[in-house]
Write a new protein. Structure first.
Length: 188
């Protein structure tokens, strides 16, 4: 007859062997969200809109974020996010940013970089080319809702070609994008 002690040890051995791969799988499958990565780099989580689950980041800090669709978010002014946003993260800043634009009056400017002061002054700076737009850091504490954009073709009349697109956010604001090559062809 097999001793009970031997059966008990065999059972424990089998059980532990079955559970170890499960715990390793859980540890390997956990990866931080893009929002947690922003926070770990000294940046507010609200720099990117809600709902981002698909992104890549390499060891040098270069990241790419993939949105389901282009959208606009409202802060003090409006920000536009393309479907793909990329840049390079380092502590307190994002350099080489693409895919984000900021509205000033009726004009849209590409945001080339974002930085915060270390130690914090409570301000965040957006590099839009010739100037830095400054905002209160508190505006970016949580990821914003992002309004989906809808595209409507603008036709002057049925016999003319399309000259651009009208982008309308759910808030009802319009943004007109002129196709330069079509405009030049129609004017000449």
């Amino acid at each position: 007859m097999v001793p009970i002690r031997f059966l008990f040890l065999s059972f424990l051995s089998l059980l532990s062997n079955a559970l170890i791969p499960l715990s390793n799988a859980k540890a390997q499958s956990f990866s931080p969200s893009i929002y947690e990565i922003l926070k770990a780099h000294g940046l507010p989580m609200g720099l990117l809109p809600k709902g981002i689950t698909d992104f890549d980041i390499d060891t040098n800090g270069y990241f790419q974020v993939y949105l389901d669709q282009a959208c606009n978010a409202k802060f003090e002014s409006q920000l536009h996010y393309d479907r793909n946003v990329s840049g390079t993260l380092s502590f307190g800043q994002i350099a080489g940013l693409s895919g984000v634009s900021a509205q000033e009056l009726f004009l849209w400017f590409p945001v080339k970089g974002i930085r915060v002061d270390i130690p914090s002054s409570g301000l965040i700076y957006f590099d839009v080319g010739v100037v830095f737009k400054q905002f209160s850091l508190s505006l970016f504490e949580t990821p914003p809702d992002c309004m989906e954009l809808t595209t409507t073709n603008l036709l002057l009349n049925p016999t003319q070609q399309e000259v651009g697109h009208v982008f309308k956010s759910q808030s009802g604001k319009l943004r007109y994008e002129l196709s330069q090559e079509d405009f030049a062809r129609d004017v000449v």
